[in-house]
Design a binder for this molecule. Structure first.
Ligand SMILES: O=C(CO)[C@@H](O)[C@H](O)COP(=O)(O)O
Ligand SMILES: [Co+2]
Length: 226
């Protein structure tokens, strides 16, 4: 899969589902190479979103896009195969839902997709240190998971830096992803802290013009490297 870092991952949770394909294509037209899909079960998080059929529809709308599936569900192992079949290119599970996280990560990798580990804002990074060498992606949640449209929690900046420090020190290779409350005002600071995959939902899909907003956010990401 071809993408340059840092990369924007528009979250379709905030899309207009009556025009999902069109909304996604507005993103890819503007150069978005990732699409983020939020799966919520009403148990781990207090909200229900959608399942594999919507992920399959997203993949159909943009077959060339990298489909990033964020599982905010209990017992994620039971659903990995369904999301792979739906077209997921990466599957991220929450540390908080996985008593056998090592096994879950290996199970995801068995399908040949990227395996990610997410942590809630209140979870200490040291909890996932034993698994960091196996993870392809680490997602530091910058809001409490469950809803779009929340405000970015500023303590996340230090957590991103810590994840980058551990990766350098240990020679690991995971991508650092940040999710929640990313917008035009803070995206440069989030990227400069070391985030490489930046999820944005409401900032993209609630904009007057989705394509323009993706271009604006991507431009800020490109210049954050300078
Ligand atoms: O996983 C989640 C929320 O739990 C996110 O992916 C949100 O969907 C991001 O939305 P915004 O905060 O950017 O509106
Ligand atoms: Co998400």
């Amino acid at each position: 899969m071809n993408f340059e870092l840092p990369v924007l991952a528009p979250s379709i949770l905030a899309a207009d589902f009556t025009k999902l394909g069109e909304n996604i294509q507005d993103c890819t037209k503007a150069g978005a190479s990732w699409i983020h899909c939020d799966i919520m079960d009403g148990h781990f998080v207090p909200n229900i979103s959608f399942g594999p059929s919507v992920v399959a529809a997203a993949k159909k709308a943009a077959p060339e896009a990298f489909v990033d599936v964020h599982l905010m569900i209990e017992n994620p192992d039971n659903f990995v195969e369904d999301f792979v079949e739906a077209g997921a290119d990466s599957i991220t599970v929450h540390y908080e839902t996985c008593p056998h996280l090592h096994r879950t990560i290996q199970n995801i990798k068995k399908y040949g997709v990227m395996a990610g580990v997410a942590i809630n804002p209140a979870t200490t990074i040291s909890n996932i240190e034993p698994i960091l060498g196996d993870a392809d992606l680490v997602l530091a949640m910058s809001v409490n998971p469950g809803f779009g449209g929340q405000s970015f929690i500023p303590a996340t900046y230090d957590r991103i830096k810590e994840l980058a420090r551990i990766r350098d020190e240990k020679g690991y290779s995971y991508l650092i992803q940040v999710d929640g409350g990313v917008n035009l005002r803070n995206i440069t600071k989030v990227a400069k802290a070391g985030a490489e995959v930046l999820v944005a939902g409401s900032s993209v899909f609630r904009a007057e013009d989705i394509t323009t907003r993706v271009e604006e956010l991507t431009e800020k990401l490109s210049s954050s490297n300078e």
